[in-house]
Each structure stands twice: as structure tokens, then as C-alpha cells.
Design a protein around this ligand. Structure first.
Ligand SMILES: [Zn+2]
Length: 563
């Protein structure tokens, strides 16, 4: 693995030279404005991507495409997926009563089923086809009827197969100029831009890409490490921001927004979205007035994957792996759910502790070394490094929800409930009016984890489908006092679930970038989509309903927002 990473890095660094020299660095205001650079696709990304895909699937060098129906390697890979996932199906159960929720939770526990996702209306559960009769036998008769398979037209094994990048995906765009990197233009209006952002990427590409960003954009990007994994990998992050150097007034703590992904390994869209946001912030500095100001006033720390061991495992062994790779008391059931292992309201001791569970909380709080290291790092930043975390966006998938604290219980309201809801609704609106943005629901994280009666008059809290204590969301909000802490579940709402097609990478990235920019405006006291002062920022022409918001914003424009 290490040699593979080093090889990738050397390829990338070789590639960095022509890209870096293409940027005229003699313009102090816009040090990386390469608007005159030729519009060309760097073949390095294709070569690197193809090489890694070949390495993972042991494809011969001449194999042109994983999707090539004629290839023996394709057939071998397909058989591999069918043997692993072909017997499984994901069922969506519509939940309406407490009895149904309770029975489903108990049955999932008894049968060690993999609960993919759930909200107040439904629960998606992965189950082997031959276990379905046993599952249905444990459920009330109403639930036996109210379920249907996800990905109806698509076999689970095929969906898994399709989620890996194919070398043809890049080759087919070889002469397509829309596929060129966004070095030529500011990418806020564009598509995914850089080829790196068109496919899901393995860690062996993400790590050197981050190094490359830090080496190319030294004015505003630094690579940092926020911890080490159980297997000894670094957990890398990018710190993006420009600190004023000639400010004689002693500055207070540096306001910083933390954006994380990949806590759950199989949620690849969360990792790709962090990278998408990172690239657009990096690439827009010095070109886009609003983003330039934003990076002068705030730091962004972006962690594409908090769980590198699990992420690598999801690429190389099991696409549907969720937890870390840390051993447990049961030899054949490795892994701790990082998002259950924080000490605030950790509930591993009161729930049945089953290391084989997909949401195993560990045998003690912070047993998962990744969570422990990350929390220690964050605490140290605030106590030793003059950092004030003003926002925490923990990206997950799927179900399109913006969730605010608390996760562990609905009976306890956070002190800043109204503020949290207000900003969450703003984020959801920013996403909805984004380019082809989707609808995201705003709710408490406890409700995302607890079925609530569909009879809205009586919001009876139904039994949990899964435990929800010990979350990163609650820990950062309550222990680290990050006032605006959210968990955001990205696309989709169940068509593909974790196996979201790569065509969704850029649109999901775009809508989350718009949410992050809204977040930044909110932090700078400029809530709203467009204000009079930043109309020169290159934002799309607002629709009528956006102008209503602008009017509202302008009235409050000078109001200082207390953080
Ligand atoms: Zn997750």
C-alpha cells in the first residue's frame, strides 16, 4: 500500500510542475489566476486513475474499460461482486406505528442486519434474500406488506460494481473540452471541473492530491494531520485560509469552520463532496471576490475521510464497509462505528454491545482511536493554537437531511435551538436554489434517528431503530462548544443509497458548496444569498424568491451576529 502511495505521489508531483508553471505568479492580487492558460486536460489524472483501478482489480494493462462487456477481467470482476453481494437486497420498510418500529429494530438486532438508513417514515435494511422469510416472520403483519426493494431495476452487485470508477469514464472524455480542469475559469458556475472530481477516488489518489494542493497554492492552503488511524495511517486535512499579516490590532482567535467526511467508510459521496468544496475554495481564491474575502476572514479545515482504514477497506475488500478496522473482542467482527464512540452520552454500555453490529460503539468511549485523535486535535487547536471553531459540518449519506443537535435524545433541546434551526433552514434553502439543487429536510438529529409518528398532530417518539449516542455532532456541539454544529446527510433519498452514481458527485458538490458559502455569509453577518455589497461576486442571477430574501437581508445587513 505504501509503495503504491509513493508511486502515485511521484506521478502527481511530476504532474504538478507543468500545472504550476502554467500559473503566472507575478500578479500579487491574483497569484493563481491562470485565465490565460491553455484549456487542456491533464492526462496525468487519467493515467493515475486508470493505474489505480488496474491495481485494485488486477486488470491487465491493456484492459481499456471495466465496463467493457467483452473483457475477461470485466467478467471476473463482475463474478466477484455477484458472489459477494448477489444474494443481498435492500428493503425499504414504511413505518407508521411504534409497534412496527420496535419490531423492526429488534428483528434487525436479532438477525444482525445492516440498517442502511432511516428517518421518521422509513427504514432501509440490507438483508440476504434467504433471510427475508425469517425477518418477515419477526415483524407485525402490517410491515409484511409495506416494504419494497431499493434499486428495483438494479441488482445490488451491479450497483456496487457501477460505483467504482471505470477507466473508460475518463478516456471517453479525452477530446471533450468541457471535461478540462477548471483552471481556466472560476468554477462556481462550472461543473465538477477538475477530472479528479468526476469520479470517486481511492485514498491513494486523495492523499497525493492534497499534498499537491498544498504545494501549488502555498498562499492559502496547508496540509495538516488531524490524527492517526488504528492501522497507522495519517488522517490528513487541508487548512484553507489567508491570515492578515500587517494587521497591527492583535487579532482574537481565528474563526474556523470544520468540514468532515468519510466517518462512515461506504459513504463515498461525503468524501468526494469534501474534496469538491475544498477544490472550489482553493481555486477561487484570488479570482472570486466573495470567496477571497471569506478565506481572509475564516479558516476552513476540510477532512475528506476521518476513517481512512475503513475507506481503504471499502475500496479494496468490501464496498459496503461502514466502521473503522480496529479489532474488537470478537475476532471475526472488526470495526467500531466512529460516530458512536465519542464520550458525550455514549450509550454503548446501556445497549446490547455487539461487535458485529454496524453501529458498534466500542467497549468504552473513545475506544476508536480515530475519533479520540480527532477530538484531541480539535481540543488542542482551541486551547493551544488560538482557534475558535464556529462551525462543524459533518457530512454523511444518505437521505438529504440537515440535522442539528442533539442526536442522543429528543428529550433534551440544545440551548441554541432557534439559531440552529434558522441557519439550517438557510442552508437548506441555499441548497434548494442551488444549480439543480435538491430538497434537504431540516430536523433534529434525534428525529433522524428516531421514528416519529406520521400523524403530525401527535409527534409520538417511536422506538429507536439504532442507537444514536456518542455522536461527533453532539460532542462538538456540547463539549467543544461549536455553536453551529450539523450533520448533513447528502444525496440521495434511497434510489441508490450508498451506491450513488458518479454523475451525482458534481451536483452534490455544487449544492454543498452553495451551502458552505451561505454558511460563510452567515458567519460574516451577511445572511442571505446576495447582498448589495457582494453583487459583484460572480453569483448567478437570483430568482424572484431569492430577491425576497435579499430584501430581508439588506434590512439587517449591518446587524452584528453574536457568535
Ligand atoms: Zn454516516
Amino acid at each position: 500500500m505504501r509503495s503504491q502511495t509513493l508511486a502515485s505521489l511521484s506521478v502527481l508531483l511530476l504532474a504538478a510542475a507543468p500545472l504550476a508553471t502554467a500559473a503566472p505568479q507575478s500578479q500579487p492580487a491574483y497569484p493563481y489566476d491562470v485565465s490565460n492558460a491553455p484549456n487542456r486536460t491533464p492526462p496525468t489524472w487519467r493515467r493515475l486513475s486508470d493505474a489505480i483501478i488496474r491495481k485494485i482489480w488486477s486488470l491487465p494493462h491493456t484492459q481499456k474499460s471495466l465496463s467493457d462487456d467483452n473483457g475477461n477481467a470485466h467478467q471476473a470482476a463482475t463474478e466477484q461482486f455477484v458472489s459477494r453481494y448477489g444474494d443481498d437486497v435492500v428493503l425499504r420498510f414504511k413505518i407508521q406505528t411504534a409497534d412496527e418500529a420496535k419490531a423492526l429494530a429488534e428483528a434487525s438486532d436479532v438477525l444482525f442486519l445492516d440498517v442502511w438508513e432511516f428517518n421518521e417514515d422509513w427504514a432501509d435494511i440490507r438483508v440476504a434474500k434467504d433471510v427475508i422469510p425469517s425477518l418477515l416472520g419477526l415483524l407485525p403483519s402490517s410491515l409484511k406488506q409495506s416494504h419494497e426493494p431499493l434499486m428495483q431495476d438494479l441488482d445490488l452487485a451491479q450497483a456496487v460494481f457501477d460505483s467504482y470508477p471505470s477507466s473508460s469514464a475518463t478516456q471517453s472524455h479525452q477530446h471533450d473540452h468541457s471535461y478540462a480542469p477548471s483552471l481556466k475559469t472560476v468554477s462556481r458556475k462550472g461543473k465538477g471541473g477538475h477530472p479528479f472530481l468526476q469520479d470517486y477516488q481511492p485514498l491513494s489518489v486523495i492523499n497525493p492530491w492534497m499534498k499537491l494542493m498544498a504545494s501549488m497554492f502555498t498562499t492559502h492552503v496547508r496540509q495538516i494531520t488531524v490524527g492517526t488511524t488504528y492501522q497507522g495511517r495519517d488522517i490528513p486535512a487541508l487548512r484553507i485560509g489567508v491570515h492578515p499579516t500587517n494587521n497591527e490590532v492583535p487579532s482574537g482567535p481565528r474563526k474556523t469552520v470544520l468540514i468532515t467526511g468519510g466517518s462512515h467508510a461506504r459513504e463515498w459521496i461525503s468524501t468526494s463532496t469534501v474534496n469538491y468544496v475544498a477544490w472550489n475554495l482553493i481555486n477561487s481564491y484570488g479570482k472570486d471576490r466573495e470567496i477571497t474575502r471569506l478565506l481572509e476572514e475564516l479558516d476552513f479545515i476540510l477532512v475528506p475521510t476521518l476513517n481512512p482504514d475503513g475507506y481503504v477497506y471499502s475500496w479494496e475488500s468490501d464496498r459496503l464497509w461502514r466502521k473503522s478496522r480496529q479489532p474488537t473482542s470478537l475476532r471475526f467482527c472488526a470495526g467500531i462505528d466512529l460516530d458512536r464512540s465519542y464520550p458525550f452520552k455514549w450509550d454503548g454500555d446501556v445497549l446490547r454491545t455487539n461487535p458485529c453490529s454496524e453501529s458498534y460503539a466500542g467497549s468504552a468511549p473513545f475506544e476508536a482511536v480515530e475519533a479520540q485523535h480527532f477530538a484531541e486535535w480539535a481540543k488542542n487547536e482551541t486551547e493551544q493554537n488560538n482557534v475558535q471553531f464556529v462551525g462543524f459540518l459533518d457530512l454523511h449519506s444518505y437521505s438529504q437531511q440537515i440535522l442539528y443537535p442533539y442526536s442522543y435524545s429528543c428529550s433534551d433541546n440544545p440551548p441554541h435551538l432557534e439559531d440552529l434551526e434558522e441557519l439550517a433552514l438557510g442552508l437548506a434553502k441555499a441548497i434548494r436554489v442551488s444549480r439543480k439543487g435538491h430538497a434537504y429536510k431540516v430536523t433534529s438529529a434525534c428525529e433522524g434517528n428516531v421514528a416519529v409518528s406520521s400523524d403530525k398532530k401527535h409527534r409520538t417518539i417511536l422506538p429507536r431503530i439504532e442507537s444514536s449516542g456518542g455522536s461527533a455532532l453532539d460532542w462538538f456541539y456540547h463539549e467543544l462548544k461549536v455553536k453551529y454544529s450539523y450533520q448533513i446527510k447528502l444525496r440521495d433519498t434511497g434510489s441508490y443509497g450508498f451506491l450513488l452514481p458518479k454523475e451525482d458527485i458534481a451536483p452534490t458538490g455544487e449544492e454543498m458548496l452553495d451551502a458552505v458559502l451561505y454558511f460563510g455569509r452567515f458567519m460574516r453577518g451577511r445572511v442571505g444569498l446576495v447582498t448589495a455589497k457582494n453583487q459583484d461576486a460572480r453569483i448567478h442571477e437570483p430568482a424572484d424568491e431569492e430577491w425576497e430574501l435579499v430584501d430581508h437581508v439588506e434590512a439587517e445587513d449591518k446587524e452584528v451576529i453574536e457568535l
